[in-house]
Design a protein around this ligand. Structure first.
Ligand code: PAF
Length: 281
């Protein structure tokens, strides 16, 4: 596996691949990799001839009181996992490479970024879109892979790619869970034992909602109230939001249909976790 730290190095490599006719897959990450990230890599390797993974903790997507400084990092371990997964290139720029002095151009996301996490984390998706647009410009992949755990991120990026006519196909991959159902997340390491146990209320409440929908319930408010009740029953959980939205444009729905997204965000102490499912009928 090659490591590139500069845009020039990365572009040179990708140009050589393209000359040889290889298709390129790209998995953007902030590192501290887990099986969720590795499932994206695996998918890329199934579809593409060459796979690039970026590891960059992007400062512009963190709010002033968020966890940028303590965000978990372990580049050596990440590289071991990527070598095992037979990734071709890891792109690991520093903040100065991505945001040199004088940097002042941002990508402003549209309506899909307004609710859910966009409401709780103002500016977050502006930072995500800006860095993802930059990374897509550098890697020029045929396909880029994102986890469905960040379902709103996927919707916002799909809208950006559509609106800015970017030449890349966005592939969304299923949520990967721990054995007990908790969605894998780099932020799970922040949880102490009691919070880790309490966090199971997320998949539990979502499973109840799935059962309601399977049983024929279509009233979004009734489903929302059920989830809210279960989450509020856990004393370590502080609910940020419970939302049922159209899976493409992220606008609230009153009747639940196939393709809608049921999404929750909950704080356990200073750790904010998200989880969701897409309605299938
Ligand atoms: O999902 C993430 O890890 C980040 O938001 C991303 C897409 C790598 C952009 O920094």
């Amino acid at each position: 596996m090659e490591t590139c730290t500069t845009a020039v190095q990365l572009r040179t490599l990708v140009k050589q691949w393209k000359k040889q006719g290889f298709t390129v897959g790209f998995v953007p990450t902030m590192g501290y990799l887990h099986e969720g990230h590795l499932s994206l890599v695996q998918r890329s390797k199934e579809i593409c001839d060459r796979t690039v993974v970026s590891i960059f903790v992007n400062p512009t997507q963190f709010g002033p009181n968020e966890d940028l400084d303590r965000y978990p990092r372990d580049f050596a371990r990440d590289c071991q996992l990527l070598v095992q997964s037979e990734v071709d290139v890891v792109f690991h720029p520093d903040a100065g490479e991505m945001y040199p002095p004088g940097f002042s151009t941002f990508v402003e996301p549209g309506t899909a970024a307004q609710g859910l996490c966009g409401r709780s984390r103002p500016g977050h998706f502006r930072g995500v879109c800006t860095v993802v647009a930059k990374l897509l410009n550098l890697v020029t992949p045929d396909y880029a892979f994102f986890g469905q755990k960040d379902a709103q991120q996927v919707a916002v990026i799909r809208a950006m790619v559509r609106d800015l006519q970017m030449d890349v196909r966005i592939v969304s991959c299923p949520i990967v869970r721990e054995e007990d159902g908790l969605a894998k997340s780099s932020r799970n390491v922040y949880l102490d034992d009691s919070q880790r146990q309490a966090a199971l209320v997320l998949p539990g409440a979502l499973a109840s909602a799935q059962r309601m929908i399977a049983g024929g319930q279509t009233d979004a408010n009734a489903i929302r109230q059920q989830i809210l009740g279960e989450l509020q029953g856990e004393k370590l959980a502080e609910v940020d939001y419970v939302e049922i939205v159209d899976g493409t444009n992220m606008q609230e729905v009153s009747k639940v249909h196939e393709g809608d997204l049921v999404a929750v965000a909950v704080r356990f102490g200073t750790t904010r976790l998200i989880d969701n499912f897409t309605v299938t009928k």
